[in-house]
Ligand binder design. Structure first.
Ligand SMILES: Cc1cc2nc3c(=O)[nH]c(=O)nc-3n(C[C@H](O)[C@H](O)[C@H](O)COP(=O)(O)OP(=O)(O)OC[C@H]3O[C@@H](n4cnc5c(N)ncnc54)[C@H](O)[C@@H]3O)c2cc1C
Length: 385
């Protein structure tokens, strides 16, 4: 909590997506910091392709593969969200706890990074859906992003945080002042700019690229479980139930595709893939009579959208740097691809540690990177929801 009398340091967080908000709150609630968020887009704005967080599912199904650090961040986040989703919890209504089953036929066994989930077990052959050779089931949660993000924003403001709307052209505008409403001499800057890291002057990280996702939302309150299905060729579908009674169906993940609005053929691809994995998406009275078709799902559509996941070649960037000629450290926390919600609190903790180390007297000029993926790792690290 930001108590004026205890505040010693001014921190600017750039970005108000799930990563910027979670990181800002983590810093604030550590105590001793006055935090200002500067961003072009906030959760209260209409949905836009320039703000990924509004478009997420969002479920917590870790895809940490061979990265111990990614696993730790995911599981720290899960523990916090599990508590927040408790009956009577602060934001209970935006979460839905449910059973999720991960079906696969690509030879990957996810036990190593999922077996800590409540009720984790592998499923028997007669529980498999067509196209799957193996399956694992466990309890997890989905959250409804617009409500969750606005709750984070409210918590940040309630703690005494300040927000400023601006589109920065260069990170020096945060470091050296010049933007009205921002502290003109901050002690540190934390950059949580998602895909914006590719373009923001002074960062211009060309490892960052979009991974386009498209989703369709069905009013299907009779489906209260989640499923994912990964085929041998790598194609992947998922469905996520929400507390609202809706079910989000997805499965598009195309790297370097900037197309900003839903495509009709993608919608049909998702409906077909969703139905193949879960015929129960169709209204129960239709399923009782015959095998449903994609046309039976169309009247259930209540929304659709697409978002650009902030992909990054070597995984999330968690790092500290003192830009040339500056004594002010910049901590980076971006590039969460399809895992931003499920690793949000864990990566915010790492960013806070980096910030505190830097402010405690690390030598300016000494850059520090947190390697999420072992340098010699050759397995998959492309999981995106
Ligand atoms: C279809 C889809 C499904 C997904 N499902 C899941 C899921 O189930 N679980 C999960 O964990 N994740 C999921 N994700 C991924 C998740 O949405 C992202 O990882 C997450 O939203 C990234 O958050 P962010 O805060 O880094 O970026 P963003 O939400 O894009 O926020 C970036 C912020 O930085 C600001 N900014 C950027 N550049 C500048 C600048 N120059 N000046 C000022 N402000 C700037 C923006 O205005 C914004 O406020 C999904 C994504 C998609 C598209």
């Amino acid at each position: 909590m930001q108590q004026e009398s205890e505040v010693t340091k001014d921190i600017i967080v750039i970005g108000a997506g799930v990563i910027g908000l979670s990181t800002a709150i983590k810093i604030q609630e550590k105590g001793g910091y006055r935090v200002t968020i500067v961003a072009e887009t906030f959760p209260t704005d209409p949905k836009t392709i320039r703000y990924t967080s509004h478009w997420a599912g969002a479920h917590h199904v870790s895809g940490a593969y061979g990265s111990k650090r990614q696993r730790e961040m995911d599981s720290e986040t899960f523990d916090i969200m599990w508590k927040d989703s408790e009956h009577g919890g602060p934001v209970e209504g935006c979460f839905l706890r449910h059973k999720n089953t991960q079906y696969r036929s690509d030879g990957v066994d996810p036990s190593e990074w999922l077996d800590h989930m409540p009720g984790f077990r592998s499923v028997s052959n007669d529980e498999l859906v067509p196209g799957a050779t193996h399956g694992w089931t466990f309890t997890t949660l989905t959250l409804y992003p617009p409500v969750y993000l606005n709750w984070l924003l409210g918590r940040f403001l309630g703690n005494g945080g300040k927000i400023v709307r601006a589109q920065l052209q260069h990170i020096n505008q945060a470091i050296h002042g010049g933007i009205s409403g921002l502290p003109q001499e901050p002690d540190a800057v934390v950059a949580c700019v998602g895909l914006g890291a590719r373009f923001l002057g002074g960062i211009e990280d060309k490892e960052v690229y979009p991974v386009r996702g498209q989703t369709v939302v069905l009013k299907a309150p009779w489906v209260r479980y989640g499923r994912t299905l990964t085929y041998a060729d790598g194609s992947h579908f998922y469905l996520m139930p929400r507390a609202t009674g809706d079910v989000l169906v997805g499965g598009i993940r195309v790297a370097k595709d900037w197309f900003p609005v839903p495509r009709e053929q993608d919608r049909d691809y998702l409906l077909a893939g969703g139905l193949a994995m879960c015929p129960e998406l169709a209204p129960p009275h239709i399923l009782a009579e015959r095998m449903p078709t994609v046309d039976d799902l169309r009247p259930l559509i209540v929304d659709e959208g697409c978002g650009l996941r902030p992909g990054r070649k070597s995984g999330i960037r968690l790092a500290t740097e003192w830009p040339e000629g500056s004594k002010i450290p910049v901590v980076y926390n971006y590039g969460h691809s399809g895992m931003g919600f499920q690793s949000s609190w864990g990566s915010a903790s790492v960013a806070l540690n980096f910030l505190e180390e830097a402010l405690a007297g690390e030598k300016p000029g000494k850059a520090k990177e947190y390697e999420i993926w072992p340098a010699d790792y050759t397995g998959r690290r492309d999981h995106v929801c």
